[in-house]
Design a protein around this ligand. Structure first.
Ligand code: SF4
Length: 570
């Protein structure tokens, strides 16, 4: 007897971000509008409180919010300020060139600057007011399948599309770092539902497993991501302009690297500053955290931050691949919404409204399916039909090749993005050839030839002054990250011997650079060699290692309930 409890629901929403909360609210609205027996619904969220793991730029396109909650202002939506000015700069190391016009994709008139943490907390309050349970501190670790459709087995033939999802299992609690049960051990709960909506965020552990198990990405372009590192600052009065949005291109990134910087003026002398860098870079010594420190020292940013105080730090991966990389979003008993599926507009740097919209469309599909008793794959295809007919496709299809065009360099990407406005995004090849981001990282010998750097060195070092620039560990402190130490590592490296041998030789251990939280370190093994040390309790849950490891041997799995960052105000 495992003593495992089971909870039966009609609709389970996994992930309490903008997609999950919008899905829950939409179902509640449909229940009110249509009457009948209320559906049993719940939201499962891994953070210890709603919104704690939420991090985004964040400029909100309010189009979906207006549809979902027309009286959002009366209901006290925490919109920090409306955007009233956009500036775009191309940066060199010491100077700037301001673009004379703001390209349409970057225009933010009508949008709002928000704290996604506060916004999601607010949505959670509305969801709970509808009588829907939000179970916080419960990470889901496993997708449950109907045994009669091949549960737990690799599909024997084809893509295994017949397997039916029946819910998820939450993680066991009370296991020590050696994998032994403690006196506090409690087995995870099986939460079974007629329809499960997966909103577990970018590179969600369950969506990743589901997509692989059911072959939902068959025929799709490979996923591509970026890492966003962001800080919240309080600056001296008069330095920042609330409602001003600054985007930067160029320095500190190389022309071969996708991404750019941002700085948003918030009320009360707060400023959000960050760097987005494509996780499809070539230079194995590239260090996104160091690049972000360089950005803050540039006069455009430093002139605002100097004399200010760092308030919060965080990092998160972004799904940048676009329309052709979105997997099939429905399966028997399951739907995928938001960042988990890759609904983000990388040309506009916006995804919150798309997450909310797909959450709503998933909710409408799930509601109808449960009410009619038809939750098969064929019935849930209605979700895809809704997406195809919605503002989501209308927005994403014309920019379907934009990120891939940046694979040919910043200038080519920028030119293609501009051209997309005229051509509707088509090109001689459509889709443009695409590669998984991690496949583009070059070997040290190929990239640096005879000037091969020491893996422990920083190729483009930055002065850490603890005024403008900070090291990773200080960043972790400002992320509010907490994990109980006595638990198994939630970073699974399937063959750590590769780290000390092949990876060190071929790529110089890029994990020690792409992780923004100092989780991975190569330490002396005592015999003159190096070995991998994983400081799992530092992890800010950005998922970069799961995405960018050149051998694809790292799996990020959720730690014990509630662990992770506390992105207050981010
Ligand atoms: Fe991000 Fe992985 Fe580092 Fe955690 S260990 S902070 S998920 S790169």
């Amino acid at each position: 007897m495992s003593g495992r409890e089971t909870l039966e629901l009609d609709v389970l929403i996994v992930g309490g971000g903008p997609a999950g909360m919008s899905a829950a609210l939409r179902i509640a609205q449909l229940q009110r509008e249509r009457g009948g027996e209320p559906l049993a619904i719940a939201v499962l969220e891994k953070a210890r409180e709603a919104g704690a793991h939420m991090l985004s730029g964040a400029v909100l396109d309010p189009s979906t919010l207006k549809d979902l909650i027309p009286d959002f202002k009366e209901k006290g939506a925490p919109l920090a300020t409306a955007v009233h000015r956009d500036d775009i700069y191309f940066l060199t190391r010491t100077s700037k060139i301001r673009l004379p016009i703001t390209p349409p994709f970057f225009r933010n008139h009508g949008n709002y600057l928000i704290s996604l943490n506060r916004f999601v907390k607010w949505l959670a309050g509305l969801v709970e007011a509808e009588g829907i349970d939000i179970f916080t501190g419960f990470p889901a670790t496993e997708v449950l399948y109907d045994p009669s459709t091949g549960s737990g087995q690799a599909p024997s033939t084809g893509s295994g599309q017949a397997a039916r999802v029946v819910g998820v299992r939450t993680g066991d609690r009370g296991i020590d770092k050696h994998g032994q049960k403690k006196s506090t051990f409690e087995p995870g709960v099986d939460i079974r539902a007629k329809v499960t909506i997966f909103c577990d965020g970018v590179r969600g552990n369950l969506t990743k497993a589901l997509v692989r198990r059911l072959g939902l990405d068959d025929g799709k372009s490979p996923s591509v991501y970026a890492i966003g590192i962001k800080e919240l600052w309080e600056v001296p009065p008069g330095r920042s302009e609330p409602g001003r949005v600054v985007h930067t291109m160029g320095y500190p990134l190389k022309m071969e690297e996708f991404g750019g910087g941002f700085m948003y003026g918030l009320p009360d002398n707060f400023v959000a500053v960050g760097l987005v860098a494509g996780l499809d870079y070539k230079d194995p010594m590239f260090d996104p955290h160091v690049a972000f420190q360089h950005l803050k020292r540039h006069p455009v940013i430093a002139s605002v931050l100097e004399g200010g105080t760092l308030v919060r730090y965080g990092a998160k991966a972004l799904p940048e691949g676009g329309w052709y990389t979105i997997p099939k979003t429905y399966a028997s008993g399951a739907l995928i919404a938001g960042d988990a599926a890759g609904f983000m507009n990388s040309a506009r740097l916006k995804g919150i409204h798309l997450a909310m919209r797909t959450g709503m469309l998933a909710a409408e599909t799930a509601f109808e399916a449960v009410r009619t008793g038809e939750t098969s794959e064929a019935a849930l295809k209605a979700y895809d039909d809704r997406i195809q007919a919605s503002a989501v496709r209308k927005e994403l299809y014309p920019v379907r090749n934009v990120h891939q065009a940046f694979g040919y360099g910043t200038l080519a990407g920028a030119a293609f993005t501009g051209l997309s406005i005229v051509t509707g995004g088509g090109w001689f090849k459509d889709p443009l050839p695409a590669h998984g981001g991690w496949t583009r990282i070059a070997r040290l010998a190929a990239y640096y030839k005879d000037a091969r750097p020491d893996p422990e060195s920083i190729v483009n070092p930055v002065k850490i002054d603890r005024e403008l620039t900070f090291d990773r560990l200080t960043g972790v402190h400002y992320s509010g990250t907490r994990h109980p130490e006595d638990q198994p590592s939630h970073l699974i490296v399937h063959d750590a011997s590769i780290c000390a041998t092949r990876c060190r030789e071929e790529y110089g251990n890029p994990c020690i650079r792409f992780c923004p939280a100092n989780v991975y370190e190569m330490v002396d093994a005592g015999d003159g060699t190096k070995k991998l040390q994983i400081n799992a309790s530092n992890c800010v849950h950005c998922k970069t290692c799961d995405i960018m490891d050149p051998y694809q041997i790292i799996d990020w799995v959720p730690p014990e309930g509630g662990g992770g960052p506390q992105y207050e105000g981010m």
